[in-house]
Ligand binder design. Structure first.
Ligand code: ADP
Length: 450
């Protein structure tokens, strides 16, 4: 087992990893930028090193600086968290070449799943259903472009191959809008990812976003865990996640779980990862992408299964074997997670950094809070706007909803706008209670006034 882990991240996920390490008897090294000196992850780690100025390119994404910090502190492994360098093939490669274990899958697996076009092709070969779409990247110079689009059928969606965070996506309703949408998606993809490759796929109407957590060991064993339903999204990014999905029955769970396992097996996946699907109203499911890291929403799976996914991830990276099968997992109750972001939902979710006055997290039966906030903390403007995750576990879905609503009422975050009032509306909504949730839930039912 590792003796000392450097956590190449900040905020709630850095704290989550430090907590897992402490319970495992592993020493921790926090890194931070110069505006993050007062962060809780810095206080809670055994050691801390400043890796650069506020801009993440110069600190949390600064590979030479992070590797030096690992070497100076004598860390034998690096946990990348999510975001920043978590899915950066070059970083994984540099870690390995410096003799530091990257806590994640192989660089080949990251590379093959990081490119959505290549991942689609790989999945088709592995027999995993994908959304019908173009064969490979598309180009505005292709004289057949309108024909290809027509064959897929409208509405369709243009997506960036290197996409992430809902960026580089354009929904196209008619042929007239096609060329412009491709040009816009290419420009956005180039600006965000330095790679303008885009492709087209059928736009699935009123889909659910359903994903499977998988774990893989070095002997080639892969297990899948019960699904998470992440259909409630803002701008194609998740806001509420729950497990199990109100839509999925045991038979669909088995079918989708097996497809997720095949996806992971196709890249010899080791450690933890997530296979994401879109599911239409008739229960047809399509592979969308694989995230080769721990996800923000992993706690909903933890509370219904009793597993500690971060500890499992560390053990698997250290070469330990999986000791259970998918069939051993018992779903204990129902869990919901609300992402509390420092954002103003009334202003198109504009980030609202600033100084926190009072912070009072909720508690009581069935409530777990993952947050790096404290009263008097200043949220910097440089990073992600996620400031807390509230997870409610109930014996069934309605108890989980009632607990979440009660926890949101108790929670106090003074000084900045947050998504808490929006979450309260979602928890009170009839359609949410009925489990009638699709990726357009927010625009249709909350902002559309229905
Ligand atoms: P990213 O990597 O940017 O998160 P994803 O491919 O995971 O992008 O898609 C994010 C979200 O975008 C999905 O959860 C869904 O809401 C929407 N989306 C993506 N592809 C489609 C599609 N073919 N049809 C309908 N919605 C889609």
């Amino acid at each position: 087992m590792f003796k000392k882990i450097l956590i190449a991240n900040r905020g709630e996920i850095a704290l989550r990893v430090i907590r897992a390490c402490k319970e495992m008897g592993i020493k921790t090294v926090a890194i931070h930028s110069d505006v993050d000196r007062e962060c809780i992850h810095v206080r809670n780690a055994d050691e801390s090193i400043c890796v650069g100025p506020a801009a993440s390119a110069e600190s949390y994404r600064n590979i030479p600086s992070i590797i030096s910090a690992a070497e100076i502190s004598g860390a034998d492994a690096i946990h990348p968290g999510y975001g920043f360098l978590a899915e950066n093939t070059y970083f994984a490669e540099v870690c390995e070449s410096c003799g530091i274990k990257f806590i994640g899958p192989s660089k080949e697996a990251i590379e093959r799943m990081g490119d959505k076009i290549a991942a689609r092709e790989l999945m088709m070969k592995a027999g995993v259903p994908v959304v019908p779409g173009s064969d490979g990247p598309i180009s505005l110079d292709d004289p057949d472009i309108t024909k290809i689009a027509k064959k897929i059928g409208y509405p369709l969606i243009v997506k960036a191959s290197a996409g992430g965070g809902g960026k580089g996506m354009r929904i196209v309703a008619t042929e007239e809008a096609l060329h412009n949408a491709i040009a816009m998606a290419q420009a956005e993809a180039k600006a965000a990812f330095g790679n303008e490759a885009v492709y087209m796929e059928k736009y699935i109407e009123e889909p659910r976003h359903i994903e499977f957590q998988i774990l893989g060991d070095r002997k080639g064993k892969v297990v899948y865990l019960p699904e998470r339903d992440c259909s409630i999204q803002r701008r194609h990014q998740k806001l509420v996640e729950e497990s199990p999905s109100p839509f999925v029955d045991a038979s669909l769970r088995r079918k989708m779980g097996r497809a997720a396992r095949h996806a992971a097996e196709a890249v010899n996946y080791v450690t933890v990862g997530t296979v994401e699907f879109l599911v239409d109203k008739s229960g047809h499911f399509y592979f969308m992408e694989m995230n080769t890291r721990i996800q923000v929403e992993h706690p909903v799976t933890e509370v219904i299964t009793g597993l500690d996914l971060v500890k499992e991830q560390i053990r698997l990276a250290a070469g330990e074997r999986l000791t259970f099968d998918s069939s051993d997992i018992v779903i204990r109750g129902h869990a919901i997670e609300c992402r509390v972001n420092a954002e103003d939902p009334a202003k198109d979710f504009m980030p609202c950094p600033g100084k926190i006055g009072t912070f009072l997290p909720p508690g009581g039966p069935g409530i777990r809070v993952e947050s790096h906030l404290y009263s008097g903390y200043t949220i910097p403007s440089f990073y992600d706007s996620l400031i807390a995750k509230v997870i409610a576990l109930g014996s069934n879905r309605s108890e989980a909803i009632a607990r979440m609503a009660r926890a949101l009422d108790e929670m106090v975050i003074e000084g900045v706008q947050t998504t808490i009032p929006l979450h309260k509306k979602i928890m009170a909504h009839d359609y949410f209670h009925k489990g009638d949730v699709y990726t357009d839930f927010l625009p249709k039912h909350i902002f559309g006034g229905e």
